[in-house]
Write a new protein. Structure first.
Length: 144
């Protein structure tokens, strides 16, 4: 069970906030460094349980192939991809917040607008060829 504190944040949420603080300090020290960002992202993927790691590795390959201009980095301890310093999309492992599925999410910097309403997060339990194709299309559109 996830423990709540009096301020309402779970232990996992507090850990994510601490990770974000460390990320910001590291980015301030080293500046925009694509290689360091990718190294940090790959380290986070390597720490994931196997089921999440397999999906995260595929998403990383899809993003780097279909949107090479996006900068790999971590964001609240999650693999993320940014444009002009702002996160476009991210992968949240199921294990991160003890959820029943992983999430591929897109932030407002993503160019996914479609009328007055559109999806910005997708639940992932496993990746199929059709799912990978859809993710590739979404990533290309989001980065555009």
């Amino acid at each position: 069970m996830t423990q709540k504190t009096s301020n309402g944040f779970t232990a996992e949420e507090r850990a994510a906030m601490k990770e974000r603080s460390r990320e910001l300090k590291a980015e301030a020290r080293r500046g925009a460094n694509r290689a360091a960002g990718e190294r940090d992202l790959l380290e986070k993927i390597a720490e994931m349980p196997e089921a999440d790691r397999v999906i995260a590795e595929r998403i990383h390959a899809i993003v780097t192939k279909n949107a090479p201009a996006l900068e790999p980095k971590t964001w609240y301890g999650m693999p993320a991809y940014a444009k002009d310093g702002r996160v476009v999309c991210f992968f949240q492992s199921a294990d991160k917040f003890k959820a029943r599925y992983a999430t591929l999410g897109f932030n407002d910097k993503a160019n996914l607008d479609d009328g007055a309403m559109w999806p910005v997060a997708f639940a992932l339990k496993k990746l199929t060829a059709a799912g990978e194709k859809k993710i590739a299309a979404l990533v290309r559109q989001a980065a555009g």
